[in-house]
Design a protein around this ligand. Structure first.
Ligand SMILES: Cc1ncc(COP(=O)(O)O)c(C=O)c1O
Length: 373
């Protein structure tokens, strides 16, 4: 099985630790362990002491009953037995695609997007048609185009809602249109839902609340700010969950006793987590808007309170060369757009701690001035 190099992850693996101002990320200002434990007033010492008595066996193989219960509450009608814990959303996407996609299948994937969603199907021998989104259309996909690329043998449509890197949000009207098209050929719709829009006026349903052959993947890494627990999940109908069970035994066994425990605590406190994150994202989005207005070399289709955005850079050099030099001279980390197959752009994650964002943007502007000379 051959697979392409993972552009974004490879970039972050090499450069992430050199950043002084990491404004490339897409997890909303990750919590310290103490912060997440204390979010509901729990005394961290009591929490640790409880953990000392944990038996370090495999724990609950599919995720603890409490975990499944908490996750099922995120959906309208998703029984806990249809939820399977995974190693992050990456594990969830892999599980879903690996279980369902076979050589010769046709798969449609939104693009640009998270690379797993098109390169894992390709690696399994599927023929992948990219459903392109364009900046000229505010990074929104075109339903007419989907109609023209769907085939009788389309097995799966892979989406990322909201989308990394563009922040595109597919609302319910759009999702229902996609469901109507997929259901005509019986295609699954896999939606990676790690980026929940934090604007309370923007309601986006999970795909599993709209379509029986919908598969939702998600995790605690982005909107919930604890990527360090490495916990994600799949939610699907029962038949698909049973298929996943079979493949899952070969790929992970379980996520770990301590990770499950912290995941449950985070999910039980989701309202407090989301409130904190809403404040960060809204404050940061206002800062980014003002910065873009005053930065002649940058333009942006503004995302709707999603943690990632995709700035367009007016620069005379290759974007990766630009990002490396920016990091080396100013300590500012972005993800160059070529890592998403879109040069001249860069991913700006405006979900870092506000001070980091402010200083990072100031340094980025200072660096951009060298092209004015
Ligand atoms: C769309 C998308 N899915 C999944 C992931 C990885 O999620 P996790 O940390 O839960 O494996 C990322 C990380 O950037 C992502 O952008």
């Amino acid at each position: 099985m051959k697979i392409a190099n993972f552009g974004v992850e490879e970039w972050l693996n090499v450069w992430e630790n050199d950043a002084i101002y990491d404004i490339a990320g897409s997890s909303i200002a990750s919590f310290t362990l103490e912060e997440i434990i204390g979010i509901d007033g729990t005394d961290p010492k009591e929490f640790y002491e409880k953990m000392l008595n944990f038996k370090m066996n495999y724990g609950w193989i599919e995720g603890s009953p409490e975990f499944k219960q908490e996750v099922s509450k995120l959906y309208k009608n998703m029984p806990p037995e249809n939820i399977l814990q995974t190693n992050g959303a990456t594990g969830a996407n892999l599980l879903a695609i690996y279980s369902l996609v076979e050589p010769g299948d046709h798969v449609i994937a939104m693009h640009p997007s998270y690379q797993q969603l098109f390169d894992i199907p390709r690696s399994l021998g599927a023929e992948v048609t990219l459903w392109e989104i364009y900046e000229e259309n505010d990074w929104m996909p075109d339903i007419a185009e989907l109609k023209s690329i769907i085939r009788p043998n389309t097995k799966m449509i892979c989406l990322n809602n909201a989308n990394n890197p563009t922040g595109t949000v597919l609302d319910d009207t759009m999702l229902k249109e996609i469901v109507a098209i997929a259901s005509e050929v019986g295609a699954y719709i896999l939606v990676d839902e790690v980026y929940k829009p934090l604007d309370p006026t923007v309601h986006v349903s999970s795909i599993v609340d709209l379509y029986d052959k919908g598969i939702a993947t998600n995790s605690l890494s982005k909107t919930f700010s604890v990527p360090g627990v490495r916990v994600g999940w799949t939610a699907s109908n029962r038949e698909v969950a049973d298929l996943f069970r079979k493949y899952r035994d070969y790929t992970m066994i379980c996520a770990g006793v301590i990770d499950d425990y912290i995941a449950v605590h985070t999910l039980k406190n989701k309202e407090a987590v989301l409130k904190r994150n809403r404040e960060i994202v809204f404050e940061n989005l206002a800062i980014v808007k003002e910065w873009v207005e005053n930065e002649p070399r940058v333009s942006l289709v503004f995302p709707k309170a999603v943690s990632t955005s995709f700035i367009k850079l007016d620069i005379p050099i290759d974007v990766e060369e630009f990002c490396i030099d920016l990091l080396k001279t100013k300590g500012v980390l972005l993800v160059p757009g070529n890592r998403f197959d879109i040069p001249k752009h860069a991913r700006l994650g405006y979900c870092a701690h506000t001070e980091t964002l402010k200083k990072g943007l100031a340094e980025l502007s200072a660096y951009l001035r060298k092209f004015d000379e």
